[in-house]
Design a protein around this ligand. Structure first.
Ligand code: SF4
Length: 335
């Protein structure tokens, strides 16, 4: 089983500070097997836990309203960093960083790093190692750069699936990026958002992969999705009610633009974007203003093409397909 820092001391301090009698606990799926370990602390402190069983994919998705309805005094949200959302009750973020030193995996992958000026990027689970990795690169003659956090990230060098700002902030200074962490979406997004190559090193599996911005298959797939959507008449614009995903302003703008282009468009509001709920509406195409990962990660589960907002603009002839624009959250889109 993977190891995570569950910050027991901070949890105890937080519960004491708020004199909590009942605590809501929110966990992403990867941390759910850790529940017995997490519950032990509450038991020892005589605090009643209420576990939020809904899915939880990010710090954008807080269960504070549910927690308050259940009479909880506080919420402890595990697995993500604070992205500055307002909550209706005191909230502690336990980032659940992974104590997996990436040094060996990175050293083995260094022969593939064929550029000297290197932007360093990672996710919050591995962020503690950022400066050690920078030092390691310096020792091997590279020049590392760490970008400042984007709009939704908390730390320098931290990427989110909806915020590649830290990569873009150093993009003009570097020839490419070194990503260390798990998963392929973040390094792929960084390559597309910056137009630079990325060497992705997974410290858990000790594997590595080179990703270049002309990711042929990905772009071919997305072009095909846009063409299929372009043949459609009826569009559904998905808006999520998750507190950090609601882009109602963006959705209303898209409805106007689609109508102006002679299509019909309706806003569909839902919490969790579930294809099985949406397929019954029989829309010709959907546009997702909720989490930007949904059109990619869940593409095969929808009965029709699902576009990102930037892809919708391409379909309407308002922007070009290349360079491909990743969907990222901006202040003006949120409501
Ligand atoms: S919107 Fe999606 S990518 Fe952004 S933090 Fe939430 S779950 Fe992650």
């Amino acid at each position: 089983m993977l190891k995570y820092y569950l910050e027991e001391k901070s949890v105890r301090r937080f519960l004491k500070r708020y004199e909590a009698k009942r605590v809501a606990v929110q966990l992403p799926s990867g941390l759910r097997p850790k529940l017995p370990e997490i519950l032990r602390v509450f038991e020892e402190m005589g605090v009643e836990p209420v576990i939020i069983g809904e899915s939880c994919y990010g710090g954008c998705d807080l269960g504070d309203a549910e927690a308050r309805r259940m009479g909880c005094d506080v919420l402890i949200h595990y697995g993500h960093a604070d992205m500055g959302l307002k909550t209706c009750l005191p909230t502690l973020y336990v980032e659940a960083r992974m104590p997996v030193d990436p040094a060996d995996a990175i050293e083995s992958a260094l022969p593939q790093l064929d550029f000297k000026r290197v932007g360093l990027i990672t996710t919050v689970q591995h962020i503690s190692y950022l400066h050690d990795v920078a030092e390691l690169l310096r020792m091997h003659g590279f020049e590392p750069f760490i970008g400042k956090p984007g709009r939704r990230a908390k730390y320098p060098g931290q990427l989110l699936g909806c915020d590649f700002g830290c990569a873009r902030s150093v993009s003009s200074l570097v020839e490419g990026f070194l990503y260390f962490g798990t998963g392929e979406f973040h390094p792929l997004g960084a390559a597309l958002a910056t137009g630079k190559k990325v060497l992705a090193v997974n410290p858990v599996s000790s594997s590595s992969k080179r990703i270049s911005p002309d990711i042929g298959d990905f772009l071919k797939r997305r072009k095909a999705v846009i063409s299929r959507a372009a043949a459609g008449e009826r569009f559904g614009i998905i808006v999520s009610t998750k507190s950090g995903q609601t882009r109602f302003n963006l959705a209303t703008r898209l409805v106007k633009e689609l109508k102006h282009a002679g299509r019909t468009a309706s806003i569909l509001v839902m919490n969790e974007v579930r294809p099985e709920e949406l397929n019954d509406f029989e829309f010709d195409a959907l546009v997702c203003t909720a989490c930007p990962r949904i059109p990619f990660d869940d593409a095969g589960r929808f009965g029709c093409p699902v576009l990102t907002p930037p892809e919708t603009k391409v379909m309407l002839g308002k922007s070009k397909f290349e360079p491909y624009e990743m969907d990222e959250f901006t202040e003006e889109d949120l409501s």
